[in-house]
Design a protein around this ligand. Structure first.
Ligand code: SF4
Ligand code: FES
Length: 258
C-alpha cells in the first residue's frame, strides 16, 4: 500500500504544532498501524530527520499507553479496540490518513503525538484505591458478592486509562474514566466503606485538573476500547449527590452494589 500521512508535529509543549505530510510505500495490509509508524520513523532516521514521537507499550490492547486520533476518531475506526490493535487492512491503497494527539487542556502535548496523562494518575491518587486492610485473598473471598455485581465491577475494572474518552468528548470530560474507577471499587464490599469519601475526592480532583463537565454526549462510550458503559457516570453522580447531602463522607452505611 502507498499512503499519505498527515502527522501532527510539535517539537515542545510550548512550540506551535502543524500537520506535516509524509509518503509511505510498500506497507503490507497485515501490518499494524503502529508498525506502519515504525516504518515511517525508520525512513526519517535514515534521512537524518527527527522521528515522530508516539506512545506505545504492550501493543495488544492491555496497557492503555497508546493513544492517537486517526482521521478524527480516538483509537481509529474500529469499535472496542485500541490503536495498537488497528491494522492497515482497514485502509485502502492511496488513502490519506490524518494522525493527531489527544486534544484536551488537561492532556498537554509533550511532543508530536505524545501527551501528558498524569492528570489521570492524580485522580487515582485522590481516592481510586482501598486503604483499609482487607486481609488475604481467601478472607476477601469469604464475603459473598452476588454474581451480577461482581460482573459489573469487572466490566468497570476493564478501563485501561488510555484517555480516549476525554479526547472524544467535546467538553474534554474525564467522567467516564473517573466513574469507571469509582464504580469498580464502590460496587464491591472491600471498597464500600470509603465509597462516599472516594467519590467526593476523585470528582474534586477531576475538576481541579481542568477536565470539562459531562453533558451526556455519549462520545466517550462510543470510542472506549473497553466499551465502558456511561451508566457508571449516572452512578458516580448519584453517589456524589448522596455524599454531599448526607455530609457523611466516611459513611460505612453506603453499602455495596446498587
Ligand atoms: S473509560 Fe475507556 S476510553 Fe476512558 S480511559 Fe478507560 S478505557 Fe480509556
Ligand atoms: S500499547 Fe498497550 S494498549 Fe496499546
Amino acid at each position: 500500500m502507498k499512503l499519505t500521512l498527515k502527522v501532527w508535529r510539535q517539537a515542545r509543549p510550548d512550540a506551535p504544532g502543524r500537520l506535516v505530510n509524509y509518503a509511505v510505500d510498500n506497507i503490507p495490509s497485515d501490518m499494524s498501524f503502529l508498525e506502519m509508524l515504525d516504518v515511517l520513523n525508520e525512513d526519517l532516521i535514515k534521512k537524518g530527520e527527527d522521528p515522530v514521537a508516539f506512545d506505545s507499550d504492550c501493543r495488544e490492547g492491555i496497557c492503555g499507553t497508546c493513544g492517537l486520533v486517526v482521521n478524527g476518531i480516538p483509537h481509529g475506526p474500529d469499535r472496542g479496540s485500541t490503536v495498537c490493535q488497528l491494522h492497515m487492512r482497514r485502509f485502502k491503497d492511496g488513502d490519506t490518513i490524518t494522525i493527531e494527539p489527544w486534544r484536551a487542556r488537561a492532556f498537554p502535548v509533550i511532543k508530536d503525538l505524545v501527551v501528558d496523562r498524569t492528570a489521570f494518575d492524580r485522580i487515582i491518587r485522590a481516592g481510586g484505591f482501598v486503604s483499609i486492610n482487607v486481609g488475604s485473598g481467601p478472607d476477601g473471598n469469604a464475603i459473598p458478592v452476588p454474581r451480577d455485581i461482581a460482573e459489573r465491577a469487572m466490566d468497570m475494572a476493564a478501563c485501561i486509562g488510555c484517555g480516549a474518552c476525554v479526547a472524544a468528548c467535546k467538553n474534554a470530560s474525564a467522567a467516564l474514566f473517573t466513574s469507571a474507577k469509582i464504580t469498580h471499587l464502590g460496587l464491591l464490599p472491600q471498597g464500600a466503606p470509603e465509597r462516599h469519601r472516594r467519590v467526593m475526592k476523585m470528582v474534586e480532583q477531576m475538576d481541579t485538573e481542568g477536565f470539562g463537565s459531562c453533558s451526556n454526549e455519549g462520545e466517550c462510550e462510543a470510542v472506549c476500547p473497553k466499551e465502558i458503559s456511561i451508566s457508571g457516570i449516572a452512578r458516580m453522580n448519584r453517589d456524589f449527590l448522596k455524599a454531599t447531602l448526607t455530609r457523611r463522607p466516611d459513611s460505612t452505611a453506603a453499602g455495596f452494589g446498587a
